[in-house]
Design a protein around this ligand. Structure first.
Ligand code: SF4
Ligand code: SF4
Ligand code: SF4
Length: 305
């Protein structure tokens, strides 16, 4: 990915940015890289193991990166939605960030492989199904300032073939919807009983940006913090409510979960409800307000007694 390396070198040489957040080969597959010197730019890679959504490193709660004033980030077309989410919610200014967007042929679920492998139906990340943002566009002089907000600063790499389509998540959500309330309750109790409260789902999430999470507060304690069925349900359902209309559907929470809880079914269901009720879908345009950040008298409110 010579083009990516060249762009990173130029940005650091010209002191446009202090750091380039990207991917590098580690001892166990691909890992995030924080490149702040020109010589290290050669370490940057991009291939179908680069599943991580690096935008979580732009969140204000990443205080260990605060000393880098100006950042460039390698962001796939889908990751740019998370940048838009942070801009929309006042957590980031678009002009503070340089977006280097690679053309993408899909990513696999497993970043720990030593080299890229052909993506298959059961190895491709679910988010890649029917992706429309694989080939991001760089802003040009013809674009308006508002339009430029949602475009990349640099697009790198060759045009890629589309990835295979993963198992249909909607079908799994519909199967859960078809269950009785009791059956569904039992299903989620069973799944969430396995939660070990590591909070990895929160740590990887680009839109979980609170410096102190509700789940960590002890005075008063809102959510039981030990891994206990009741506290686990409260933890995950609270997280989902906070994500309603904000989640960018990157699937990172499910990928990070060490016990394999199917969190993407919860976020997928939340996205469906938000679409039905508010006609809102996650957007790469930071000027489109989310339902959680707006009030409309026409909103359906029949659930308020
Ligand atoms: S959703 Fe699209 S842009 Fe994102 S990794 Fe998959 S194919 Fe690439
Ligand atoms: S899919 Fe998970 S990690 Fe990604 S934005 Fe939604 S809640 Fe956060
Ligand atoms: S990552 Fe999985 S195990 Fe850890 S807190 Fe989240 S749901 Fe629980």
């Amino acid at each position: 990915m010579q083009q990516l390396i060249e762009v990173a070198r130029q940005l650091l040489t010209d002191k446009v940015v202090d750091v380039v957040i990207g991917y590098e080969q580690g001892a166990f597959g691909v890992r995030p890289a924080f490149i702040s010197d020109v010589a290290s730019c050669a370490q940057l890679i991009f291939d179908n193991r680069c599943v991580h959504n690096l935008v979580s490193y732009l969140s204000p709660r990443r205080t260990h990166l605060a000393h880098f004033q100006r950042k460039a980030i390698v962001a796939k077309g889908c990751d740019i939605r998370a940048i838009a989410a942070l801009v929309r919610e006042g957590q980031l200014k678009r002009e503070q960030i340089i977006i280097i967007a690679p053309r993408c042929g899909g990513v696999g679920r497993n970043a720990s492989l030593n080299k890229p492998q052909q993506l298959e139906v059961n190895t491709v990340a679910p988010r890649c199904a029917n992706c429309t943002v694989r080939e991001p566009r760089a802003a040009s002089a013809k674009d308006t300032a508002e339009h430029k907000e949602i475009l990349a600063d640099y697009v790198v790499g060759e045009v890629q073939a589309p990835p295979p389509i993963a198992v249909d998540r909607d079908a799994r959500i519909n199967a859960l919807d078809a269950m009785s309330i009791q059956e569904r309750w039992q299903y989620w109790q069973g799944e969430l009983e396995r939660c070990i409260r590591c909070h990895a789902c929160r740590e990887v999430c680009p839109t979980c940006f609170c410096v102190q999470c509700l789940a960590d507060k002890t005075q008063p304690q809102w959510i039981e913090s030990s891994p206990h069925a009741r506290g686990n349900l409260m933890w995950q359902f609270n997280r989902m409510m906070h994500q309603a209309g904000r989640c960018v559907d990157c699937g990172e929470c499910e990928r990070a979960c060490p016990v394999g809880i199917p969190l993407s079914l919860l976020v997928g269901k939340m996205a469906k409800v938000v679409k039905e009720r508010f006609d809102y879908q996650v957007s790469s345009d930071p000027t489109v307000p989310t339902p959680i950040g707006t009030y409309n008298q026409e909103d359906k409110q029949e659930f308020i007694l």
